[in-house]
Design a protein around this ligand. Structure first.
Ligand SMILES: [Zn+2]
Ligand SMILES: [Zn+2]
Length: 264
């Protein structure tokens, strides 16, 4: 069996990630309207009626905007940790008791043949966490919305076949840009977002011969550009001896179009 995934949407305007293994079809976050998520899934021939469940990373609106709607419309169970449930529950509308499930920090849950492991990140939400997906020795790591990449996180995500990794901003664009200073400080701080350069440096510590693809994710609309992010990451990787090419590819993500399904 293979792991197949698509980054349906990525960025501060809304995030949704899809991953499947056989009959198990998971949505991670639903940070856009229900209608928009349906459209994004349709772009890559996915049917929301076939979804098995929704996992949540944290309660920021760019991750849960359409969560209640999607869960009700397709009768899906939602998984999040306790603090995230407390923080987001009031914003989801009515859910039945059998739709609410706990996914604790640093827990591994098995859904069919797919093992999902959660890990905590430093970010300004109640108890933010992200996930790695394992199946038959294959591994996919989803890592966005974090202030910095700790050694502990690096250990958890090391050696994945594919990364969806935050490359939020270019530090000088952010510094010179129009954001008020307190917002700049938040983004640059330890519980904000990872810059292009920090993304690249973290990647050089975690990618191995097994790694085939890196998707640069959660790009800031105001403080980054796809080309700039790609170039910055590429430069650092090259400098550290990682040659990009057919065996290691760098891919974009987009706030409003889904990446083609990739099979690991
Ligand atoms: Zn976010
Ligand atoms: Zn966030």
């Amino acid at each position: 069996m293979t792991l197949r995934f698509s980054v349906l949407a990525s960025g501060s305007t809304g995030n949704a990630f899809y991953i499947e293994s056989g009959e198990e079809k998971i949505l991670v976050d639903a940070g856009l309207s229900g209608k928009k998520i349906e459209q994004l899934m349709d772009q890559v021939q996915l049917d929301p009626n076939e979804l098995s469940r929704i996992l949540v990373t944290h309660e920021h609106s760019d991750h849960i905007k359409g969560l209640g709607i999607m869960a009700r419309r397709y009768n899906l169970p939602i998984y999040a940790n306790e603090k995230t449930w407390t923080a987001m529950e009031g914003q989801l509308g009515k859910l039945s008791v059998d739709q609410k499930f706990l996914f604790n920090m640093e827990e591994t849950k098995s859904f069919g043949s797919l093992d999902v492991e959660s890990f905590g990140v430093s970010h300004d939400a109640a108890d933010p966490m992200f996930y790695t997906f394992h199946q038959d020795g294959k591994k996919v790591a989803l890592v966005t919305d974090l202030g910095y990449v700790s050694e502990r996180i690096k250990k958890t995500v090391e050696g994945a076949d594919a990364y969806i990794f935050e490359s939020n901003h270019d530090v000088s664009m952010l510094r010179m840009g129009r954001y008020p200073w307190n917002v700049k400080r938040r983004i640059l701080g330890d519980s904000g977002h990872v810059s292009n350069e920090d993304c690249a440096l973290a990647l050089t510590d975690v990618i191995t011969d097994q790694t085939k693809r890196i998707y640069l994710a959660h790009l800031s609309l105001d403080n980054n550009m796809k080309d700039l992010a790609r170039m910055s990451v590429q430069d650092v990787l090259k400098e550290r001896g990682f040659e990009l090419g057919s065996r290691l590819e760098l891919h974009d993500t987009d706030p409003s179009s889904a990446t083609p399904i990739y099979e690991v």
